[in-house]
Design a protein around this ligand. Structure first.
Ligand code: ADP
Ligand code: MG
Length: 316
């Protein structure tokens, strides 16, 4: 649905984006993840035809954004980093204005706007001035304007930035729901964001692609250890030794003492050896109950740091 090939963007001497290639399949929600300044907005501005690329090409729905901008743009709904809202209009006035810009058929306009406002749940505030809306509602209006004209592709640049946790959850839900009928690229510098919503992730750093994979595969692919947290009721002096003696355990460290002689440890083991069963039997035999045991799989956060610090030699 979206094909990006060898995209490069220079601002004078600065290369903001360098030789980027990836595709987004129809119906997919793709996460575009990278730290601030990585080149996310630049890439999205090029995909949507807002700025030209220095080199490379973008096709949306089979149309080249430079050669066939009108056709390509019909497929695209764009929510830029700063939504282009008019504060002195009401939601209805604003969305009508956007419909006019996007040349939505006059006869279809009302029904379409009613549907969109219902979908992003702003129907009840439709006659309020945009400047009087909360940040969360303003963002919903931003999403609504992207949906006008029924595009099948949505490009969302950091759609949850600046929202509070409750609003973030609501916008996330909304994006997931939109994903059922749209192809979506969603950018973020926050990792849980993309792992919560996206099926595949492109990690970008300093204008270059650092990895492309599913969130699950990314977390499987690195390191040689697995880590878990275990809480055991028993004196540290003997429990710690028992854990250390289990085959496959590489490292044990006391994390915190929850109450007297109830201690939480962080245990690191060889990735290929599951030490949880022997740990269970060793503790049962010694008479020290395991109160809690949970795995501490590599989070996207860890992977991200691994990719953008270790391999690239870049400090964050
Ligand atoms: P992100 O959205 O990932 O935070 P951007 O795409 O906004 O990153 O920026 C990528 C790089 O390009 C940054 O180093 C930024 O300073 C630079 N940049 C962005 N826009 C311009 C511009 N109009 N002129 C010069 N440099 C720019
Ligand atoms: Mg940005």
């Amino acid at each position: 649905m979206i094909e990006i090939q060898n995209l490069t963007k220079r601002y004078g001497q600065i290369k903001a984006v360098s030789n980027l290639s990836f595709t987004v399949n129809k119906g997919e929600i793709l996460g575009f993840l990278g730290p601030n300044g990585a080149g996310k907005s630049t890439t999205m501005n090029i995909i949507t035809g807002f700025i030209p690329a220095s080199e490379g090409s973008v096709k949306v729905g089979g149309y080249d954004i430079m050669e066939n901008p009108k056709e390509a743009k019909k497929h695209i709904g764009y929510l830029p980093e700063l939504p282009p809202l008019y504060m002195d209009m009401t939601i209805t006035e604003y969305l009508n204005f956007v419909s006019e810009l996007k040349m939505v058929d006059k006869s279809k306009r009302k029904a379409q706007l009613d549907d969109i406002m219902e979908l992003v749940r702003i129907s009840d505030v439709r006659n309020r001035l945009i400047k009087n809306l909360s940040k969360g509602y303003k963002q919903r209006v931003g999403l609504a304007q992207a949906l006008v004209g029924s595009p099948d592709v949505l490009i969302l640049d950091e759609p949850t930035v600046g929202l509070d946790p409750k609003q973030i959850i609501e916008i996330r839900k909304l994006i997931k729901a939109l994903g059922k009928q749209h192809t979506i690229i969603l950018s973020s510098h926050i990792l849980p964001e993309v792992s919560a919503v996206c099926e595949r992730v492109v990690i970008i750093n300093k204008g270059e692609i650092a990895a492309v994979d599913t969130p699950e595969n990314l977390s499987k692919g690195f390191g040689t250890s697995s880590k878990f947290s275990v809480t055991i009721a028993g004196p540290k002096s003997s429990v710690e030794g028992y854990i250390r003696d289990i085959y496959g355990v590489k490292y044990v460290e006391q994390n915190l003492e929850k109450e007297k002689d109830v201690i939480n440890y962080i245990v690191e083991s060889d990735k290929d050896i599951d030490v949880r069963r022997p740990l269970f039997f060793a503790m049962a035999k010694a008479g020290y109950p395991i109160i809690e045991l949970k795995s501490m799989d590599m989070t996207l956060e860890d992977i991200f740091l691994h990719l953008v610090t270790d391999e690239k030699g870049v400090e964050q």
